[in-house]
Design a protein around this ligand. Structure first.
Ligand SMILES: CCCCCCCC/C=C\CC(=O)SCCNC(=O)CCNC(=O)[C@H](O)C(C)(C)COP(=O)(O)OP(=O)(O)OC[C@H]1O[C@@H](n2cnc3c(N)ncnc32)[C@H](O)[C@@H]1OP(=O)(O)O
Length: 201
């Protein structure tokens, strides 16, 4: 209830969370994505639906098999968020996954193995840019976590103002990256416990 009240007060988001897609389209973002599709041989990893009447955008991650955060994925994510950020009509952003069972598997492990120091630096900068951009967003941001979300997937959700997770025992979330020798900053785990809500799927 507290979450709903906060959303109603800040952005009038009630009802949006239970609607999987929005009716309107966002012409500027669409143009960017269309141009990306032309420039890239691959299909877009991010889909954005912007509802003009509510001012809320739904950003769906659609990079099979597990929405891992590769350099390409992070770049596309940041461009999409930046475009929405520049649109004053967009007041709320919901990040979710189009894939079944997985929100995001976190950083793409293949980006961290057998790569040059330059490439590793570029990748790590993209990781930093992602969470800084999300964390400092002027929009009300919500992670609708509809699947497993380990490590960097958890980090992505932590950058949002609110997290709502499907109440499904098969879905896991947490900062498990120490198993790979990566240490998360102090305090991030406390934040997730304080501000994560669950809902039935
Ligand atoms: C303030 C912040 C400062 C910065 C702090 C940084 C903190 C560090 C943050 C993050 C570090 C990381 O993210 S490291 C990555 C850790 N991720 C994992 O360990 C995830 C491991 N994956 C899983 O647990 C599962 O795959 C899943 C639960 C996500 C899904 O399970 P499912 O059974 O549905 O699918 P599969 O396991 O069969 O996987 C399918 C397919 O995907 C490949 N895969 C899985 N995860 C990754 C990944 N992270 N990167 C690349 N590829 C991945 C997996 O190998 C399978 O591939 P194949 O089909 O080819 O076998």
């Amino acid at each position: 209830m507290a979450l709903r009240a906060a959303l109603r007060q800040k952005c009038g988001l009630i009802g949006i969370l239970s609607q999987p897609s929005s009716s309107g389209s966002h012409s500027r973002v669409s143009a960017v994505l269309v141009s990306q599709m032309r420039n890239n041989a691959t299909s877009p990893k991010i889909k954005v639906d912007f509802n003009q009447s509510t001012g809320v955008a739904v950003l769906s991650m659609q990079s099979p098999p597990v929405n891992s955060l590769s350099l390409d994925f992070l770049t596309e994510l940041c461009i999409s968020v930046e475009k929405l950020e520049m649109d004053r009509a967009c007041r709320g952003l919901i990040i979710t996954s189009s894939l079944p069972k997985v929100f995001s598997a976190g950083l793409d492990i293949l980006e961290m193995y057998g790569k040059s120091p330059e490439r590793c630096g570029e990748f790590w900068r993209a990781v930093q840019e992602m969470w800084l951009k999300m964390y400092s967003s002027n929009m009300v941001t919500i992670a609708a976590i509809n699947g497993s979300s380990p490590a960097g997937g958890c980090l992505l959700s932590l950058t949002c103002d609110y997290r709502i997770m499907s109440d499904n025992p098969r879905y896991s979330i947490g900062l498990n990256e120490t198993l790979l020798g990566i240490v998360a900053p102090f305090g991030t785990d406390k934040n997730i416990i304080k501000n994560t809500h669950t809902c039935s799927n």
